[in-house]
Design a protein around this ligand. Structure first.
Ligand code: SF4
Length: 291
């Protein structure tokens, strides 16, 4: 099995077979992201090489593989025909395979369009992890996300119509103090329109070697205190109108908020209210992320 450059996977893919399909990220501009900033250029691995890795994995653990993840940062940007070929090939190789997942930014999903997404869905691509981060266009521009709120909504709708589940990532605190209220409101609106299967919450932690860390250190970006992050989470969860699952499966969060919307909304808000009664000094300290 060959890997080149950083290999990241969502926590929910901890038990998945990881077979690298692409390297780096074709966007690589988000000001909060350090993953591929060390110069790893986006590249597609040759399909034959990926198939060779799949064959190797099938020979050693073929019957145990139930979920498969194709790193790296934006594998959805791969030509649909190649990715679909890999999906079909994987289902033929692994008799118990139930799900194939990739990372994909909204702009690349949107560009695929309904027909290519349908091709991918029919080939067995079941889930895309999408970094929505915010639904506020001002924040999306500031952090150089490369996608607008409309791109997020269109990507969500197209993927859903094709039968591919979206897992949407939201970064709490990414708008700083001045846009916290707008961030919560606009992100709730975009999530409600995207209708993702799962919303995965992360809390903004400045990472080494990123432009946003420089903004924080220069005092131009005012981070949210733990209480302000919890209040922002309450505002976000209060305003999401679509049924969806919420999870906080990340070390950056101040509180593990999890449940189904709308059924568990009151319980999640109550947990947040209780956390807000805790002294701020009891939450994790500020740190600069290194991974
Ligand atoms: S699209 Fe994802 S991987 Fe690429 S720079 Fe942005 S956050 Fe990082």
């Amino acid at each position: 099995m060959r890997y080149d450059g950083p290999i990241y996977r969502p926590p929910s893919e901890a038990d998945s077979l990881l077979v690298q399909a692409t390297m780096g990220c074709p966007h690589n501009l988000c000001t909060f992201c350090m993953v591929y900033k060390d110069g790893v250029k986006f590249k597609l691995r040759p399909v034959a090489e990926i198939k060779a890795d799949l064959i190797e994995a099938a020979a050693t653990c073929g019957r145990r593989v139930r979920t498969l993840f194709f790193p790296a940062g934006n594998t959805i940007a791969m030509p649909a025909a190649s990715l679909a070929e890999l999906c079909r090939y994987s289902y033929a190789l692994f008799p118990r395979l139930e799900r194939i997942t990739v990372y994909g930014s909204s702009q690349y999903i949107h560009r695929k369009g309904p027909d290519q997404l349908k091709t991918l869905s029919q080939a067995g691509l079941g889930r895309i992890h999408v970094g929505v981060e915010s639904g506020d266009d001002v924040i999306l521009t500031r952090v150089k996300k490369g996608a607008t709120a409309r791109d997020h909504v269109m990507a969500g709708r197209m993927a859903r119509a094709a039968g591919i589940a979206i897992n949407a990532y939201v970064i709490l605190g990414i708008g700083g103090q001045d846009r916290s209220e707008t961030h919560a409101r606009e992100t709730a609106r975009v999530i409600s329109e995207m209708q993702p299967a799962v919303v995965r919450l992360r809390t903004f932690v400045p990472k080494i070697n990123t432009p946003l860390l420089a903004e924080v250190q220069a005092g131009r970006f005012k981070m949210l205190s733990p209480h302000k992050v919890l209040a922002e989470t309450m505002a976000l969860l209060s305003q999401i109108t679509t049924p969806t699952q919420v999870t906080s499966d990340h070390y950056t969060n101040y509180l593990e908020v999890a449940g189904q919307l709308p059924e568990d909304r009151d319980a999640m808000l109550e947990a947040l209210r209780r956390a807000l009664r805790q002294d701020e000094s009891t939450f994790r300290p500020f740190f600069i992320g290194t991974q």
